[in-house]
Design a protein around this ligand. Structure first.
Ligand SMILES: CCCCCCCCCCCCC[C@@H](O)CC(=O)SCCNC(=O)CCNC(=O)[C@H](O)C(C)(C)COP(=O)(O)OP(=O)(O)OC[C@H]1O[C@@H](n2cnc3c(N)ncnc32)[C@H](O)[C@@H]1OP(=O)(O)O
Length: 359
């Protein structure tokens, strides 16, 4: 078989090169971009000299990106190549002398100013479509404003607790463990009551959080805070309160600012990393601390009979609340498993999608 050169027609835009190879019913199309910025084309098909193997190569004037978009139709082979830098080329090839088989593609041909106008028109259309997409939700500003304020209030609340406990730890050492509840409980009550909104927000579609992990988180903490610490004075001066409050507030002083930045479409890499990494040691530690608190409260509930369920006299006095708490201990570790898995997936999703964006 003779090796021949097909007719090739070209046109450009600021960012792309278009080549049209006059070869019908092309098969075995092999297009390569060589390291020296040369395009090599090889295919069998029906061209000016009938059915044959056709080949050509073009060394481009300026660097192009390595990916090639190619479409073979019955009539021709269309090739699109992206310029590495978006600018207008004076000609297609490095050599000043135009190859004989190459000509302008008048169907696509635009001179520089026309191409500029086309680009501007495209940008305008893109801008309008982005704006209309953004404008779709008329309450977006209001929602973001509400979330920003919610996160700010939580951040301030937990920061107050964290700083207060840290300062007291430095001043009073281990003694500060025992009156954590009396110094920080009011603020913790406030923050944890507000945190109920974290279960409501996903239900209202305000955030993308899953309802179930948020519910486990909020309900679990509220059981510890209101039932174990809040209702038993004997628990309030135990050192475990310090560990529970400290572990809770350590994650929250990073999580809420992370959300605040998300509300204003901003991201700090270090803060994101802390939000999606600190839970790895803190969550199990938090559950262990909470479990210690529950275990310490069992004999107190047995003794005080608080929240015990009255039973018919033949079955005994009442069923101690400590049995419910023993069941709750099992639920806690189930909750730990569910939320640990959820947070692990969130971390993977975050870093997978970021990697994709970078590529
Ligand atoms: C009576 C029945 C009781 C039943 C309970 C049974 C057992 C309970 C056991 C519970 C054990 C709890 C132990 C726990 O208390 C111990 C500790 O907390 S120790 C300290 C460490 N803790 C943590 O690290 C957990 C912190 N908490 C959380 O991370 C969340 O509460 C959680 C729900 C677990 C996960 O959060 P989320 O699903 O929201 O993940 P993301 O942060 O990735 O958010 C997803 C997207 O939503 C956006 N979002 C979420 N919230 C907001 C907000 N407030 N403002 C703005 N945007 C928000 C976020 O930006 C993400 O968007 P995008 O995907 O676009 O980035």
């Amino acid at each position: 078989m003779q090796i021949l050169t097909p007719h090739v027609y070209w046109a450009q835009r600021h960012g792309e090169i278009f080549l049209r190879v006059e070869l019908s019913d092309a098969t075995n199309v092999d297009i390569r971009l060589m390291e020296d910025n040369t395009l090599q084309f090889r295919a069998q098909g029906h061209g000016a000299k009938g059915d044959n193997q056709y080949e050509f190569s073009l060394e481009f004037l300026e660097p192009v990106k390595p990916e090639i978009h190619q479409k073979s139709t019955q009539r021709q082979v269309d090739i699109k190549i992206k310029k590495r830098e978006e600018r207008w080329w004076q000609r297609l090839t490095l050599r000043e002398k135009k190859p004989v088989f190459l000509g302008p593609d008048f169907d696509r041909w635009l001179d520089e100013s026309d191409a500029e106008m086309e680009l501007q028109a495209k940008e305008k259309i893109n801008k309008i479509s982005v704006e209309s997409r953004v404008r779709k939700d008329p309450y977006l500003g209001l929602k973001k404003g509400y979330l920003f304020m919610y996160n700010l209030v939580q951040f301030l609340g937990f920061s107050w607790i964290f700083v207060n406990m840290t300062v007291r730890l430095f001043i009073f050492g281990q003694d500060s463990f025992y009156d954590t509840f009396h110094t920080a409980a009011d603020m913790m009550y406030f923050c944890q009551m507000m945190a109920v909104l974290e279960v409501i927000n996903p239900l209202l579609g305000l955030v993308k959080t899953n309802f179930f992990p948020a519910m486990i988180q909020v309900a679990g903490r509220n059981v510890i805070l209101f039932v174990i610490f809040g209702s038993l004075e004997e628990m309030q001066n135990k050192a475990v309160v310090f560990f529970v409050f400290y572990l809770w507030s350590t994650i929250e002083i990073f999580r809420y600012p992370f959300y605040m930045l998300a509300c204003i479409d901003t991201e700090w890499k270090l803060l994101t990393w802390l939000r999606y990494s600190l839970w790895i040691p803190l969550y199990p530690l938090g559950v262990v601390a909470e479990a210690v608190a529950v275990i310490q409260s069992l004999p107190i509930f047995d003794e005080t009979r608080l929240f015990s369920i009255p039973l018919p006299s033949m079955l005994g006095r009442s069923l101690s609340f400590s049995y419910t708490l023993q069941l709750y201990l099992v639920l806690m570790f189930l909750g730990l498993f569910i939320n640990f898995r959820h947070l692990y997936k969130q971390r993977q999703r975050r870093y997978r999608s970021r990697k994709k964006k970078v590529q």
